[in-house]
Design a protein around this ligand. Sequence first.
Ligand code: TRP
Length: 336
Amino acid sequence: MEETKVQKKVMLSGIQPSGDLHIGNYLGAIKNWAERAEQYDCYYFMADMHTITVRQDPAALRRRTPTQLAQYIACGLDPQKNTLFIQSHVPEHAQLGWVLNCYTMFGELSRMTQFKDKSQKNADNINGGLFTYPALMAADILLYQPDYVPVGEDQKQHCELTRDVAIRFNNLYGETFKVPEPFIPKVGARVMMLNDPEKKMSKSDPNGCVFLMEKPDDIQRKFKRAVTDCDTEHCVRYDAKAKPGVSNLMDIYSAVTGKTYAEIEREFDGLGYGAFKPAVGEAVADYLRPIREETERILADKAYLQSVYKDGAERAGAIARKTLRKVYKKVGFVER
Ligand code: TRP
């Protein structure tokens, strides 16, 4: 009998270690990553090279990068089943990044909304890296020839640019890169700020955000202060348009308890927001406790963590080297 080896589809994504992970990152993305390893060949990396496009405190970056890796593992990403690595450990990212800079147009880069946003927010430091960041991101992706790139809505434009650059390069030099598709998961909650339910949860405002490493008391305090809606009925009912604050809390509560909206409405029937908010706080604190404790345990084991990222960089590097060699050849660089 002939046996056909089914090649798993490849998936790759990165998160910038520019702030601590929060429940928005977890419920919206990382939670779904863990289950994917059976179906896909997955690469996840800490995009540390991207973070320095805005000024970072070196000591904080040095701490956050391994912390983020420990958190990924604590969240269920098995380093045996997934390739987990740190971007700056695989120099091919910078190398291919340079090449792709030369195949990415000034006009294309000028249209990136993230560049426009970030240059407004960092008006005193609009550096070249901030501008050419999408070319580095294209390199991050194309090095691994992935089929899918799971990202949030905000990164779609960068993924489109990556496709355009890949197609442009392939047209010039023949099939070199697989043209990947953005993968915007259907499952996964879109978690909003606790203090402003119109905005997506982001680490930029710690008051509206619950971090994975936060202590139960602090979590509880943030939920008690969460903005609910100033409607008169004051009851726990799902209505994302009219009651964005309560609906966001219901989404979070549902994600951590597995309860449906109907079950939640029944549970708090007649009880109002005063009972609901601390209940969500407690459920989230309980839910995060094992993740926090596991992260702390992993962080204390420096040798283990090092072995994970060393091994990850080796595995990633082997794939990245192949692609880079091909690219260097195609553009006419002499082999060493
Ligand atoms: N730009 C992404 C962000 O800010 C992070 C990132 C860098 C990334 N390289 C990537 C995501 C490659 C997916 C694939 O969120």
